[in-house]
Design a protein around this ligand. Structure first.
Ligand code: ADP
Length: 533
Protein backbone atom coordinates (compact mmCIF):
# COMPACT_ATOMS: atom_id res chain seq x y z
CA UNK A 1 0.00 0.00 0.00
CA UNK A 2 1.43 3.39 -0.96
CA UNK A 3 1.17 6.46 1.24
CA UNK A 4 -1.30 9.03 0.05
CA UNK A 5 0.67 12.18 0.69
CA UNK A 6 1.98 14.83 -1.70
CA UNK A 7 5.21 12.99 -2.23
CA UNK A 8 5.78 14.74 -5.52
CA UNK A 9 6.05 18.11 -3.73
CA UNK A 10 9.54 19.15 -4.84
CA UNK A 11 12.09 20.02 -2.19
CA UNK A 12 13.65 22.82 -4.20
CA UNK A 13 15.30 26.04 -3.07
CA UNK A 14 12.35 27.82 -4.66
CA UNK A 15 10.28 26.75 -1.65
CA UNK A 16 12.80 28.31 0.73
CA UNK A 17 13.26 31.57 -1.13
CA UNK A 18 9.55 32.09 -1.83
CA UNK A 19 8.87 31.48 1.83
CA UNK A 20 11.43 34.17 2.74
CA UNK A 21 9.86 36.52 0.20
CA UNK A 22 6.36 36.08 1.63
CA UNK A 23 6.85 35.44 5.33
CA UNK A 24 10.11 37.08 6.33
CA UNK A 25 10.57 39.73 3.71
CA UNK A 26 11.43 42.32 6.38
CA UNK A 27 14.30 40.25 7.83
CA UNK A 28 17.40 42.44 7.63
CA UNK A 29 20.39 41.63 5.47
CA UNK A 30 23.48 43.62 6.42
CA UNK A 31 26.52 43.65 4.18
CA UNK A 32 29.93 45.19 4.78
CA UNK A 33 31.71 46.34 1.64
CA UNK A 34 35.48 45.83 1.16
CA UNK A 35 35.96 49.54 2.03
CA UNK A 36 34.30 48.97 5.43
CA UNK A 37 31.03 50.79 4.64
CA UNK A 38 27.85 48.96 5.63
CA UNK A 39 24.74 48.45 3.49
CA UNK A 40 21.35 47.47 4.80
CA UNK A 41 18.62 45.73 2.90
CA UNK A 42 16.06 42.96 3.52
CA UNK A 43 15.45 39.35 2.52
CA UNK A 44 12.39 40.48 0.54
CA UNK A 45 14.41 43.06 -1.36
CA UNK A 46 17.14 40.49 -2.17
CA UNK A 47 14.58 37.92 -3.30
CA UNK A 48 12.88 40.53 -5.53
CA UNK A 49 16.17 41.67 -7.05
CA UNK A 50 17.09 38.00 -7.61
CA UNK A 51 14.08 37.70 -9.95
CA UNK A 52 15.30 40.64 -12.05
CA UNK A 53 18.85 39.37 -11.96
CA UNK A 54 17.63 35.99 -13.24
CA UNK A 55 15.89 37.74 -16.16
CA UNK A 56 19.17 39.50 -16.92
CA UNK A 57 21.09 36.22 -16.89
CA UNK A 58 18.43 34.60 -19.08
CA UNK A 59 18.81 37.49 -21.54
CA UNK A 60 22.53 36.66 -21.70
CA UNK A 61 21.57 33.16 -22.77
CA UNK A 62 21.85 31.29 -19.47
CA UNK A 63 19.62 28.22 -19.59
CA UNK A 64 18.73 25.22 -17.49
CA UNK A 65 21.79 23.47 -16.11
CA UNK A 66 24.29 26.15 -17.25
CA UNK A 67 27.03 26.99 -14.79
CA UNK A 68 27.37 30.59 -13.62
CA UNK A 69 30.57 31.26 -11.66
CA UNK A 70 30.93 33.73 -8.81
CA UNK A 71 34.09 35.37 -7.51
CA UNK A 72 32.65 37.32 -4.59
CA UNK A 73 32.93 37.83 -0.86
CA UNK A 74 30.14 37.48 1.65
CA UNK A 75 28.04 40.33 0.27
CA UNK A 76 24.42 41.00 -0.68
CA UNK A 77 25.02 40.42 -4.39
CA UNK A 78 26.31 36.93 -3.58
CA UNK A 79 23.10 36.20 -1.69
CA UNK A 80 21.06 37.43 -4.67
CA UNK A 81 23.02 35.08 -6.91
CA UNK A 82 22.54 32.21 -4.41
CA UNK A 83 18.82 32.79 -4.99
CA UNK A 84 18.68 33.71 -8.69
CA UNK A 85 20.92 31.11 -10.30
CA UNK A 86 19.46 27.88 -8.83
CA UNK A 87 15.89 29.18 -8.97
CA UNK A 88 16.13 29.88 -12.71
CA UNK A 89 17.33 26.27 -13.12
CA UNK A 90 21.02 27.07 -13.58
CA UNK A 91 23.94 26.07 -11.33
CA UNK A 92 25.88 28.50 -9.13
CA UNK A 93 29.57 27.67 -9.09
CA UNK A 94 31.38 29.53 -6.32
CA UNK A 95 35.08 30.10 -6.98
CA UNK A 96 37.56 30.54 -4.15
CA UNK A 97 39.69 33.61 -4.93
CA UNK A 98 42.51 32.31 -2.76
CA UNK A 99 43.15 29.28 -4.98
CA UNK A 100 46.07 29.43 -7.39
CA UNK A 101 45.45 30.77 -10.90
CA UNK A 102 46.29 27.32 -12.18
CA UNK A 103 43.61 25.65 -10.03
CA UNK A 104 41.02 28.32 -10.88
CA UNK A 105 41.68 27.91 -14.61
CA UNK A 106 41.33 24.16 -14.31
CA UNK A 107 38.15 24.40 -12.24
CA UNK A 108 36.40 26.91 -14.52
CA UNK A 109 37.15 24.73 -17.54
CA UNK A 110 36.15 21.51 -15.79
CA UNK A 111 32.82 23.04 -14.76
CA UNK A 112 32.40 24.72 -18.18
CA UNK A 113 31.36 27.98 -16.58
CA UNK A 114 29.66 30.26 -19.09
CA UNK A 115 29.36 33.54 -17.24
CA UNK A 116 31.14 34.93 -14.18
CA UNK A 117 30.06 37.54 -11.65
CA UNK A 118 33.00 39.18 -9.90
CA UNK A 119 33.47 41.84 -7.23
CA UNK A 120 35.60 44.71 -8.49
CA UNK A 121 38.11 44.04 -5.70
CA UNK A 122 38.72 40.63 -7.32
CA UNK A 123 39.09 41.65 -10.96
CA UNK A 124 42.83 41.01 -10.72
CA UNK A 125 42.18 37.42 -9.68
CA UNK A 126 39.78 37.08 -12.59
CA UNK A 127 42.43 38.37 -14.96
CA UNK A 128 44.85 35.69 -13.76
CA UNK A 129 42.41 32.91 -14.76
CA UNK A 130 43.29 31.31 -18.06
CA UNK A 131 39.75 30.65 -19.27
CA UNK A 132 37.37 32.50 -21.58
CA UNK A 133 34.12 33.28 -19.84
CA UNK A 134 31.45 34.28 -22.36
CA UNK A 135 30.52 37.25 -20.25
CA UNK A 136 31.96 39.02 -17.21
CA UNK A 137 29.60 40.86 -14.84
CA UNK A 138 31.22 43.18 -12.29
CA UNK A 139 29.83 44.35 -8.96
CA UNK A 140 31.35 47.80 -8.96
CA UNK A 141 31.25 50.83 -6.68
CA UNK A 142 33.63 52.84 -8.82
CA UNK A 143 31.89 52.23 -12.14
CA UNK A 144 35.17 51.45 -13.90
CA UNK A 145 34.86 48.12 -15.70
CA UNK A 146 37.23 45.88 -17.65
CA UNK A 147 36.64 45.96 -21.41
CA UNK A 148 33.50 44.11 -22.46
CA UNK A 149 32.21 43.62 -18.89
CA UNK A 150 28.65 44.46 -17.78
CA UNK A 151 27.92 46.27 -14.56
CA UNK A 152 25.85 44.18 -12.12
CA UNK A 153 23.42 46.96 -11.20
CA UNK A 154 22.74 47.90 -14.79
CA UNK A 155 21.99 44.24 -15.58
CA UNK A 156 19.33 44.23 -12.84
CA UNK A 157 17.98 47.70 -13.58
CA UNK A 158 17.02 46.86 -17.14
CA UNK A 159 15.07 43.68 -16.36
CA UNK A 160 11.56 42.59 -15.44
CA UNK A 161 11.19 40.11 -12.55
CA UNK A 162 11.21 36.46 -13.61
CA UNK A 163 8.56 34.03 -12.38
CA UNK A 164 10.46 31.02 -11.21
CA UNK A 165 10.03 27.88 -13.32
CA UNK A 166 9.12 24.54 -11.73
CA UNK A 167 12.26 22.85 -10.43
CA UNK A 168 12.85 19.14 -10.03
CA UNK A 169 14.38 18.54 -6.60
CA UNK A 170 17.10 16.34 -8.08
CA UNK A 171 18.28 19.08 -10.40
CA UNK A 172 21.74 20.57 -9.74
CA UNK A 173 21.63 23.83 -7.78
CA UNK A 174 25.26 24.52 -6.93
CA UNK A 175 28.83 23.36 -7.46
CA UNK A 176 31.95 23.58 -5.35
CA UNK A 177 35.38 22.03 -5.88
CA UNK A 178 37.37 20.15 -3.26
CA UNK A 179 40.65 21.79 -2.30
CA UNK A 180 42.72 19.35 -4.30
CA UNK A 181 45.39 18.75 -1.67
CA UNK A 182 45.63 15.27 -3.19
CA UNK A 183 45.50 15.49 -6.97
CA UNK A 184 43.33 17.86 -9.00
CA UNK A 185 40.29 19.51 -7.39
CA UNK A 186 37.12 17.47 -7.85
CA UNK A 187 33.69 18.93 -8.59
CA UNK A 188 30.89 18.32 -6.09
CA UNK A 189 27.43 18.97 -7.51
CA UNK A 190 24.69 19.77 -4.98
CA UNK A 191 21.05 19.03 -5.79
CA UNK A 192 18.19 21.28 -4.63
CA UNK A 193 16.91 18.47 -2.46
CA UNK A 194 20.28 18.09 -0.71
CA UNK A 195 20.48 21.80 0.15
CA UNK A 196 16.88 22.02 1.35
CA UNK A 197 17.18 18.99 3.61
CA UNK A 198 20.57 20.17 4.87
CA UNK A 199 19.17 23.60 5.78
CA UNK A 200 16.23 22.02 7.55
CA UNK A 201 18.29 19.69 9.70
CA UNK A 202 20.97 22.33 10.31
CA UNK A 203 18.31 24.44 12.04
CA UNK A 204 17.19 21.68 14.45
CA UNK A 205 17.92 22.43 18.12
CA UNK A 206 20.18 19.41 18.55
CA UNK A 207 22.03 20.25 15.35
CA UNK A 208 22.91 23.95 15.27
CA UNK A 209 19.59 25.34 16.43
CA UNK A 210 18.65 28.34 14.25
CA UNK A 211 15.35 30.22 14.42
CA UNK A 212 13.74 33.39 13.12
CA UNK A 213 15.06 35.16 16.23
CA UNK A 214 18.67 34.58 15.29
CA UNK A 215 21.15 36.97 13.80
CA UNK A 216 23.59 34.92 11.73
CA UNK A 217 27.07 36.06 10.78
CA UNK A 218 28.78 33.60 8.44
CA UNK A 219 32.48 34.17 9.12
CA UNK A 220 33.01 31.39 6.63
CA UNK A 221 33.22 32.57 3.03
CA UNK A 222 30.26 31.96 0.74
CA UNK A 223 32.69 30.35 -1.71
CA UNK A 224 33.42 27.59 0.83
CA UNK A 225 30.81 24.81 0.62
CA UNK A 226 27.69 26.96 0.13
CA UNK A 227 28.76 29.26 2.97
CA UNK A 228 28.05 26.18 5.12
CA UNK A 229 24.45 26.63 3.95
CA UNK A 230 23.93 29.55 6.32
CA UNK A 231 22.42 31.81 3.61
CA UNK A 232 19.77 29.21 2.77
CA UNK A 233 19.18 28.44 6.44
CA UNK A 234 18.56 32.16 7.01
CA UNK A 235 16.04 32.17 4.15
CA UNK A 236 14.34 29.09 5.58
CA UNK A 237 14.06 30.39 9.12
CA UNK A 238 13.76 34.13 8.56
CA UNK A 239 16.86 34.90 10.61
CA UNK A 240 18.71 38.19 10.11
CA UNK A 241 21.88 37.80 8.04
CA UNK A 242 25.10 39.75 8.52
CA UNK A 243 27.58 39.41 5.64
CA UNK A 244 31.06 40.52 6.71
CA UNK A 245 32.74 41.03 3.31
CA UNK A 246 36.39 40.11 2.91
CA UNK A 247 37.73 41.35 6.23
CA UNK A 248 37.89 38.55 8.82
CA UNK A 249 40.55 40.05 11.07
CA UNK A 250 39.59 39.85 14.77
CA UNK A 251 38.70 43.51 15.27
CA UNK A 252 36.47 43.67 12.17
CA UNK A 253 34.69 40.45 13.19
CA UNK A 254 34.26 41.53 16.82
CA UNK A 255 32.96 44.99 15.84
CA UNK A 256 30.28 43.40 13.66
CA UNK A 257 29.37 40.76 16.27
CA UNK A 258 28.77 43.51 18.80
CA UNK A 259 27.26 46.15 16.53
CA UNK A 260 24.71 43.85 14.85
CA UNK A 261 23.85 41.86 18.01
CA UNK A 262 24.86 38.62 16.33
CA UNK A 263 23.55 35.46 18.05
CA UNK A 264 25.12 32.78 15.84
CA UNK A 265 28.38 32.75 13.95
CA UNK A 266 30.46 30.10 12.25
CA UNK A 267 33.93 29.67 10.83
CA UNK A 268 37.20 27.75 10.83
CA UNK A 269 39.13 27.53 14.13
CA UNK A 270 42.15 29.51 12.88
CA UNK A 271 40.04 32.69 12.54
CA UNK A 272 38.70 32.21 16.06
CA UNK A 273 42.15 31.59 17.55
CA UNK A 274 43.00 35.17 16.57
CA UNK A 275 39.61 36.42 17.79
CA UNK A 276 40.24 34.79 21.18
CA UNK A 277 43.65 36.45 21.43
CA UNK A 278 42.02 39.84 20.74
CA UNK A 279 39.31 39.28 23.37
CA UNK A 280 41.89 38.04 25.89
CA UNK A 281 43.95 41.18 25.28
CA UNK A 282 40.98 43.57 25.71
CA UNK A 283 38.24 41.69 27.59
CA UNK A 284 36.10 44.78 28.16
CA UNK A 285 36.26 46.24 24.69
CA UNK A 286 33.35 44.31 23.15
CA UNK A 287 29.95 43.45 24.58
CA UNK A 288 29.17 40.02 23.13
CA UNK A 289 26.13 39.43 25.33
CA UNK A 290 23.92 38.50 22.35
CA UNK A 291 26.24 35.82 21.03
CA UNK A 292 24.75 32.48 22.03
CA UNK A 293 26.77 30.17 19.80
CA UNK A 294 30.00 30.03 17.85
CA UNK A 295 30.00 27.09 15.46
CA UNK A 296 33.51 25.98 14.50
CA UNK A 297 34.45 23.37 11.97
CA UNK A 298 36.57 22.57 8.97
CA UNK A 299 39.51 21.62 11.19
CA UNK A 300 39.92 20.23 14.70
CA UNK A 301 38.89 22.59 17.49
CA UNK A 302 41.48 22.49 20.28
CA UNK A 303 40.27 22.08 23.87
CA UNK A 304 42.14 25.29 24.71
CA UNK A 305 39.94 27.25 22.30
CA UNK A 306 36.73 25.89 23.84
CA UNK A 307 38.01 26.63 27.34
CA UNK A 308 39.31 30.04 26.27
CA UNK A 309 35.94 31.21 24.90
CA UNK A 310 34.15 29.72 27.88
CA UNK A 311 36.16 32.10 30.10
CA UNK A 312 34.38 34.93 28.30
CA UNK A 313 31.00 33.19 28.62
CA UNK A 314 30.91 32.11 24.96
CA UNK A 315 29.84 28.64 23.83
CA UNK A 316 31.77 26.92 21.04
CA UNK A 317 29.96 24.13 19.23
CA UNK A 318 32.10 22.03 16.96
CA UNK A 319 30.84 20.58 13.70
CA UNK A 320 32.56 18.30 11.24
CA UNK A 321 31.97 18.29 7.53
CA UNK A 322 33.41 18.29 4.04
CA UNK A 323 32.79 19.82 0.64
CA UNK A 324 31.32 16.41 -0.25
CA UNK A 325 28.83 16.57 2.66
CA UNK A 326 27.26 19.99 1.89
CA UNK A 327 29.00 20.40 4.52
CA UNK A 328 27.51 19.33 7.85
CA UNK A 329 27.91 15.71 8.96
CA UNK A 330 28.35 15.67 12.72
CA UNK A 331 27.91 18.07 15.63
CA UNK A 332 29.51 17.86 19.03
CA UNK A 333 27.20 18.67 21.89
CA UNK A 334 27.45 17.48 25.43
CA UNK A 335 24.79 14.84 26.21
CA UNK A 336 22.63 15.86 29.20
CA UNK A 337 23.90 12.96 31.29
CA UNK A 338 27.49 14.23 30.99
CA UNK A 339 26.77 17.70 32.34
CA UNK A 340 28.01 16.57 35.75
CA UNK A 341 31.54 15.95 34.42
CA UNK A 342 34.17 18.40 35.59
CA UNK A 343 34.76 21.30 33.16
CA UNK A 344 37.98 19.92 31.70
CA UNK A 345 36.31 16.59 30.83
CA UNK A 346 33.34 18.46 29.37
CA UNK A 347 35.65 20.48 27.11
CA UNK A 348 37.40 17.29 26.05
CA UNK A 349 34.08 15.73 25.14
CA UNK A 350 33.09 18.82 23.18
CA UNK A 351 36.45 18.75 21.37
CA UNK A 352 35.32 15.47 19.76
CA UNK A 353 33.84 15.89 16.29
CA UNK A 354 30.55 14.54 17.59
CA UNK A 355 27.53 12.55 16.51
CA UNK A 356 25.88 12.43 13.08
CA UNK A 357 23.04 14.91 12.65
CA UNK A 358 19.64 13.38 11.75
CA UNK A 359 19.48 11.58 8.37
CA UNK A 360 23.27 11.12 8.32
CA UNK A 361 24.86 7.72 9.01
CA UNK A 362 28.48 6.96 9.79
CA UNK A 363 30.68 3.91 10.07
CA UNK A 364 34.42 3.30 9.92
CA UNK A 365 36.54 0.49 8.56
CA UNK A 366 40.06 -0.65 9.42
CA UNK A 367 42.89 -1.36 6.97
CA UNK A 368 41.48 -4.82 6.28
CA UNK A 369 38.06 -3.43 5.43
CA UNK A 370 36.38 -4.69 8.63
CA UNK A 371 33.91 -2.36 10.38
CA UNK A 372 35.46 -1.05 13.58
CA UNK A 373 33.62 -1.48 16.90
CA UNK A 374 32.33 1.70 18.56
CA UNK A 375 34.71 1.31 21.50
CA UNK A 376 36.54 4.65 21.20
CA UNK A 377 39.82 2.73 20.84
CA UNK A 378 39.93 1.12 17.43
CA UNK A 379 40.81 3.45 14.56
CA UNK A 380 39.33 3.27 11.09
CA UNK A 381 38.55 5.37 8.02
CA UNK A 382 35.26 7.20 8.35
CA UNK A 383 32.54 6.48 5.80
CA UNK A 384 29.34 8.44 5.58
CA UNK A 385 26.00 8.44 3.75
CA UNK A 386 22.88 10.54 3.74
CA UNK A 387 20.71 12.79 1.54
CA UNK A 388 23.30 15.59 1.32
CA UNK A 389 26.39 13.44 0.79
CA UNK A 390 27.95 13.26 -2.70
CA UNK A 391 27.20 10.04 -4.59
CA UNK A 392 29.82 10.82 -7.28
CA UNK A 393 32.07 13.64 -8.48
CA UNK A 394 31.49 15.74 -11.59
CA UNK A 395 32.68 13.78 -14.67
CA UNK A 396 33.06 10.62 -12.57
CA UNK A 397 36.56 11.42 -11.22
CA UNK A 398 37.70 9.93 -7.89
CA UNK A 399 35.43 6.90 -8.22
CA UNK A 400 37.52 5.05 -5.59
CA UNK A 401 36.09 7.36 -2.91
CA UNK A 402 32.69 5.69 -3.20
CA UNK A 403 32.07 2.17 -1.93
CA UNK A 404 30.09 -0.41 -3.85
CA UNK A 405 27.39 -0.37 -1.20
CA UNK A 406 26.75 3.37 -1.39
CA UNK A 407 28.97 5.07 1.20
CA UNK A 408 31.46 7.92 0.74
CA UNK A 409 35.00 7.33 1.99
CA UNK A 410 36.09 10.49 3.79
CA UNK A 411 39.84 9.90 4.21
CA UNK A 412 39.49 10.89 7.88
CA UNK A 413 40.75 8.42 10.46
CA UNK A 414 38.48 8.24 13.51
CA UNK A 415 37.55 6.50 16.71
CA UNK A 416 33.85 6.24 17.57
CA UNK A 417 32.51 5.82 21.11
CA UNK A 418 29.49 3.83 22.29
CA UNK A 419 27.29 6.95 21.98
CA UNK A 420 28.18 7.24 18.29
CA UNK A 421 30.37 10.29 18.88
CA UNK A 422 33.48 10.27 16.73
CA UNK A 423 36.82 11.89 17.21
CA UNK A 424 39.21 12.46 14.39
CA UNK A 425 42.75 11.22 14.90
CA UNK A 426 43.90 12.62 11.59
CA UNK A 427 43.34 12.85 7.93
CA UNK A 428 44.67 9.54 6.62
CA UNK A 429 47.45 11.45 4.87
CA UNK A 430 48.46 13.37 8.02
CA UNK A 431 48.84 10.43 10.43
CA UNK A 432 52.38 9.86 11.64
CA UNK A 433 53.43 6.21 11.47
CA UNK A 434 56.41 5.67 13.73
CA UNK A 435 57.94 2.22 14.20
CA UNK A 436 54.71 0.66 12.92
CA UNK A 437 52.52 2.57 15.43
CA UNK A 438 50.22 5.48 14.61
CA UNK A 439 50.64 8.84 16.31
CA UNK A 440 47.74 11.28 16.10
CA UNK A 441 48.91 14.76 15.06
CA UNK A 442 45.54 16.18 16.15
CA UNK A 443 46.07 14.93 19.73
CA UNK A 444 49.56 16.42 19.88
CA UNK A 445 48.37 19.77 18.48
CA UNK A 446 45.51 19.86 20.96
CA UNK A 447 47.83 19.39 23.90
CA UNK A 448 50.47 21.81 22.61
CA UNK A 449 47.82 24.51 22.19
CA UNK A 450 46.75 23.91 25.79
CA UNK A 451 50.13 25.35 26.88
CA UNK A 452 49.73 28.96 27.95
CA UNK A 453 52.57 30.27 25.77
CA UNK A 454 51.41 28.55 22.57
CA UNK A 455 49.13 30.38 20.15
CA UNK A 456 49.10 27.79 17.36
CA UNK A 457 50.64 24.40 16.68
CA UNK A 458 50.67 22.01 13.74
CA UNK A 459 52.28 18.57 13.72
CA UNK A 460 53.57 16.83 10.59
CA UNK A 461 55.35 13.56 9.84
CA UNK A 462 58.95 13.72 8.67
CA UNK A 463 60.76 10.72 7.23
CA UNK A 464 63.09 8.96 9.64
CA UNK A 465 65.57 6.24 8.74
CA UNK A 466 65.03 4.21 11.86
CA UNK A 467 61.33 4.69 12.63
CA UNK A 468 59.89 5.35 9.19
CA UNK A 469 58.35 8.63 10.32
CA UNK A 470 58.63 10.91 13.32
CA UNK A 471 56.42 13.83 14.38
CA UNK A 472 57.67 17.40 14.02
CA UNK A 473 55.77 20.21 15.73
CA UNK A 474 55.69 23.72 14.28
CA UNK A 475 54.74 26.14 17.04
CA UNK A 476 53.73 29.81 17.08
CA UNK A 477 54.23 31.44 20.48
CA UNK A 478 51.83 34.02 21.87
CA UNK A 479 53.02 37.62 21.66
CA UNK A 480 55.63 38.31 24.31
CA UNK A 481 55.66 34.71 25.64
CA UNK A 482 58.52 32.24 25.77
CA UNK A 483 58.80 28.44 25.98
CA UNK A 484 61.65 26.07 25.20
CA UNK A 485 61.25 22.79 23.28
CA UNK A 486 62.15 20.91 26.50
CA UNK A 487 59.40 22.70 28.40
CA UNK A 488 56.83 21.88 25.70
CA UNK A 489 57.90 18.23 25.61
CA UNK A 490 57.56 18.11 29.38
CA UNK A 491 54.07 19.61 29.07
CA UNK A 492 53.15 16.86 26.59
CA UNK A 493 54.76 14.19 28.78
CA UNK A 494 51.78 13.54 31.02
CA UNK A 495 49.36 12.64 28.20
CA UNK A 496 51.65 10.86 25.76
CA UNK A 497 54.08 7.96 25.73
CA UNK A 498 57.71 8.98 25.32
CA UNK A 499 57.97 7.56 21.80
CA UNK A 500 55.01 9.70 20.72
CA UNK A 501 56.69 13.00 21.62
CA UNK A 502 58.09 15.13 18.79
CA UNK A 503 61.85 15.48 19.23
CA UNK A 504 61.79 18.38 16.80
CA UNK A 505 59.83 21.41 17.88
CA UNK A 506 60.32 24.33 15.49
CA UNK A 507 59.25 27.83 16.39
CA UNK A 508 57.76 29.65 13.42
CA UNK A 509 56.34 33.14 12.84
CA UNK A 510 53.06 31.82 11.46
CA UNK A 511 51.58 28.59 10.23
CA UNK A 512 50.75 28.78 6.52
CA UNK A 513 47.01 28.72 5.72
CA UNK A 514 45.09 26.94 2.96
CA UNK A 515 42.71 28.77 0.63
CA UNK A 516 39.96 28.20 3.19
CA UNK A 517 42.06 29.42 6.11
CA UNK A 518 43.02 26.09 7.67
CA UNK A 519 46.57 25.09 8.63
CA UNK A 520 48.39 24.11 5.46
CA UNK A 521 50.42 21.08 6.40
CA UNK A 522 51.65 20.49 2.87
CA UNK A 523 53.54 23.80 3.07
CA UNK A 524 55.12 22.77 6.40
CA UNK A 525 56.09 19.43 4.91
CA UNK A 526 57.73 21.16 1.96
CA UNK A 527 59.66 23.40 4.31
CA UNK A 528 60.83 20.90 6.92
CA UNK A 529 60.99 17.65 4.97
CA UNK A 530 62.97 19.23 2.16
CA UNK A 531 65.22 20.85 4.74
CA UNK A 532 65.82 17.43 6.30
CA UNK A 533 66.58 15.93 2.87
P1 ADP B 1 39.76 21.24 2.44
O1 ADP B 1 40.02 21.34 3.90
O2 ADP B 1 40.51 20.12 1.83
O3 ADP B 1 39.83 22.55 1.77
P2 ADP B 1 37.06 20.51 3.05
O4 ADP B 1 36.56 21.78 3.60
O5 ADP B 1 36.15 19.68 2.27
O6 ADP B 1 38.27 20.80 2.16
O7 ADP B 1 37.70 19.73 4.24
C1 ADP B 1 37.13 18.60 4.81
C2 ADP B 1 38.08 18.03 5.81
O8 ADP B 1 38.33 18.96 6.85
C3 ADP B 1 37.57 16.81 6.51
O9 ADP B 1 37.78 15.65 5.73
C4 ADP B 1 38.41 16.80 7.78
O10 ADP B 1 39.68 16.24 7.56
C5 ADP B 1 38.59 18.26 8.05
N1 ADP B 1 37.62 18.68 9.08
C6 ADP B 1 36.42 19.27 8.90
N2 ADP B 1 35.83 19.54 10.07
C7 ADP B 1 36.66 19.09 11.04
C8 ADP B 1 36.63 19.05 12.46
N3 ADP B 1 35.63 19.57 13.16
N4 ADP B 1 37.68 18.49 13.10
C9 ADP B 1 38.73 17.97 12.42
N5 ADP B 1 38.83 17.99 11.09
C10 ADP B 1 37.81 18.53 10.40
Amino acid sequence: MNGLMMDDFQLSLKVLVERAERLSSASPVVSRRPDGSVRRTTMGECAGRARRLASGLAALGIEDGDRVATLLWNQTEHLELYFAIPLMGAVIHTLNPRLSADDLSYIAADAEDRVIVVDESLVQVLESIDYDFEQVIVVSDSGSLPAGAIEYESLIADCEPLSWPAIDERQAAAMCYTSGTTGRPKGVVYSHRALVLHSLVFALPDALGISSRDVILPAVPMFHVNGWNLPYTAALTGAKLVLPGPRLDPVSVLDLLEGEHVTFTAGVPTVWMSVLQAVDAEPDRWDLGSLAQVNLGGAAVPVSLIAGFERHGLAIIQGWGMTETSPLGTVSKLPAELETLDPREQYEYRARQGTPIPLIEIRARDDDGALIPWDDQTMGELEIRGPWVAAAYHRGTGADKFTDDGWFRTGDVVRINERGSMRICDRAKDLVKSGGEWISSVDLENELMAHGAVAEAAVIAIPDERWGERPLAAVVLRDGMQASPEELREHLGSGFAKWQLPERIEFVEAIPRTATGKFKKTALRERFVEQAA
